[in-house]
Design a protein. Structure first.
Length: 297
């Protein structure tokens, strides 16, 4: 028995190849194949060790197979497009059916209903998937602000999506459930953020009423690109700088050289890491202290 073009084994194909139900069950019980969806299985040697997003992708492919007028959508489409995930719930596959009613939700698949057009559906490996822009809007309707903006920033960066494109999708989706949440999330998206941590930092800065920084600023003369820059204070903020260059010993040395060079040019530098995101008031106070130092120079 050989896997099909998607790498799956199916009960139907096994039966056609001469396998009895008992033989197929023995393959499952022996752990040689893993169940992906009803009647659809995957070789254990290829399945074991997959990341949660890779497993979700397999489940999305299995779920949309054989369904006409359906597309992989929402979080599942974000996975298919390779967008950044940050602790995103992946238990349920999301599909959208091209109709106005008849959606349903089970423990494993949520079928939404909405109009699908050639402009809002693309093909990935011959499977229908909502376009990156449509995916951003749909996802922002069902997850919280932080998760929505992380995914949105990733899509804007990867696919060079414009604000006009997102605005057009918002207008087309104006009657869909929770579209107001999507509008709020879109207003905070910025494709210049290069990681989930940078996105979450930016959202925390907004919540703490910090001045808006320039993102990915290239420092003249030094050819350094920094995460956040406040030109009015010559303050540079770096998120998780210790992870930028690889090995820890090398990282520490290179970061110190980099920071010394920036300070020699008159910049005030402060930094924070993942754990600081959950007590961001401390980061805010570091910024205030940096601002005070900058104003005395």
């Amino acid at each position: 028995m050989h896997p099909d073009s998607d790498g799956f084994f199916t009960r139907t194909a096994a039966s056609a190849a001469g396998y009895t139900d008992a033989e197929f069950r023995r393959l499952v019980d022996a752990g040689e194949i893993r169940k992906i969806a009803t009647g659809i299985y995957y070789p254990a040697r290829g399945y074991d060790g997959l990341t949660p997003t890779a497993v979700h992708r397999l489940r999305a492919v299995a779920a949309v197979r054989g369904r006409t007028d359906h597309a992989v959508s929402h979080i599942s489409a974000a996975v298919m497009h390779g967008l950044t995930m940050w602790n995103t719930e992946l238990d349920r596959v999301h599909l959208t059916a091209d109709r106005s009613t008849g959606g349903r939700k089970t423990s494993s698949v949520h079928v939404h209903t909405a109009a699908l057009t050639t402009a809002t559906v693309v093909e990935i490996d011959s499977l229908p998937v909502t376009s990156p822009a449509r995916t951003v809007i749909d996802t922002a309707r069902i997850v919280d602000m932080d998760h929505a903006v992380v995914i949105g920033d990733s899509a804007l960066r990867k696919y060079a999506i414009t604000t006009d494109e997102l605005t057009e999708i918002l207008e087309q989706s104006s009657r869909l459930h929770n579209i107001a949440a999507a509008r709020r999330a879109v207003a905070r998206m910025n494709g210049l953020s290069e990681s989930a941590g940078e996105t979450l930092s930016r959202l925390q800065m907004i919540d703490h009423d910090m001045p808006t920084p320039s993102l990915q600023y290239r420092v003249p003369g030094l050819n350094f690109r920094v995460d956040f820059f406040w030109p009015q204070f010559r303050i540079i903020g770096e998120f998780d700088g210790m992870a930028k260059y690889g090995g820890r010993a090398e990282t520490l040395a290179r970061e110190k050289e980099r920071e010394d060079a920036l300070r020699d040019e008159g910049y005030v530098v402060f930094r924070w890491t993942w754990k600081d995101l959950w007590s961001f008031h401390d980061v805010y106070m570091r910024f205030e202290r940096a601002k005070a130092r900058a104003l005395t120079h």
